[in-house]
Design a protein around this ligand. Sequence first.
Ligand code: SF4
Length: 504
Amino acid sequence: MLSKSKFILGQQCVKSFWFDVNNIKPTNPADDGTKERLSAGNEVGNISKDYFPGGKEVPYLPGEETKMFEITKKYLDEGITSIYEASFVYDDIFVRVDLMNKTEKGWNIYEVKSSTSIRSYHEYDASIQWHVLKELNLIKLNGVFIATLNNDYSKNNKIDPIKFFNIKPVTEIAEEYESEIKKKIRELKEVSKSPKEPLLEIGPHCKKPHGCVYLDKCWPDNIDNINSVFSLYRMNLKKKLNLYNQGIDTFDKIKDKESLSSTQKNQLRAYEEKSPIINTEKIQSFINKVEYPISYFDFETFTDAVPIHDKQRSHMQMPFQYSLHIQNDINEKLNLNDNHYQFIADHEEDPRESIAKSMLKNFPKEGSIMAYNQSFEKRCIESLAEHCPDTAMSEELRALNERFVDLIEPFRGGGYYDSKFKGSFSIKKVLPAICPNNKELDYKELEISNGGMAMSSYKKLRGLPTDSENIKITRDALFEYCRLDTFAMYAIYENLLETIKRNS
Ligand code: SF4
């Protein structure tokens, strides 16, 4: 049976659809971010029921589509006017409608999304449901709508479902898409019966709207090499594919070098010369901005699709942890635990006030605050300042933002390029290239090794009994991870100072 999610998969790529219906094991299974999005979808789905309270829900019975359809029909016969997860089968296509509500003009059906804006595949989601219900001709229909999250709404005590969602009618779009949907359904049914894997080139569809779980089956093995055209800095995927499809898969095959950006030219040069490209003037101009004491600083944040704290908005970045290493002067050498301050808020409470107070207590009153990609940290500080009821505290927080310097600047600005960066200036790429073979600086040695993992580990603590051992284990792992982020900045900055010394 063709479900709505399989239809959307087939809409993105018939080959991944074929792999999926033939139960081929994914080579690139869903990551933490995808799992987080799925759980956000469930939370939002639960809140959406309050939009039409008092309705009845059709339970999910895996593999029993017909039974779910029977239950839906029973509810309709009983005169229920709001149904959650109403399930329908038509022509071997199965859909579950998030919300349905009967009005004087007929039934309205709603596709509920956990994002704050409508993406084009959401319209296909809504359209296939509209198609199935129209063809079934079981009930009088009025309209189809997409509900997304209103990111201007902040929670105040209880979530108000009317203000929490933005509702957009998409009936006209669903009508417009109807013939396309019918055609696609026919095509997918053929594909699912075929014993042969469909032939299809790789393309932007492999990454959007969702990252394909079969990338390693179709993409070339050498895309992760330091000389792969796929590592060219900020070149859009279409252009990279264009080169690849002409047989230009490595740097040495690129003929039109002049049209490349200066960073891309540096990438080619660093590879050819087998040595980093260093521009001491650019590095020095960054160093000139830095004032001691240096506060190496990093936040970890969480987001919730459904806010749990008052004055929290959907998907708002909520800082819950920071790490701060302080280097008092140029001659001071730090170890991992030297001059180190750290904080993790209680996972059951709104973290904003406690983290702000701790930061203001521990930051030196002067000197540079160094972050890696500062806009994130500065935005978080601004949101803490907005949240603070105390004006003096807000001013103190905003004053911190005046002292930031961004350690990514000398790299992104062309001061330093190493082939091992592979076209990325993220700290996870820069650190091992600049400070290799140092176990103390190896993220792979850690239990939690990226921001996504930090967020999901922290959120998993919610609701655990206070004496749970997991709380201590997770907090320790979080401390270790964030501490490495700021110590890594110190190590990278020291390396830049050394680089200047060596090259002057
Ligand atoms: S990697 Fe691309 S072409 Fe291959 S199955 Fe996935 S989306 Fe389709």
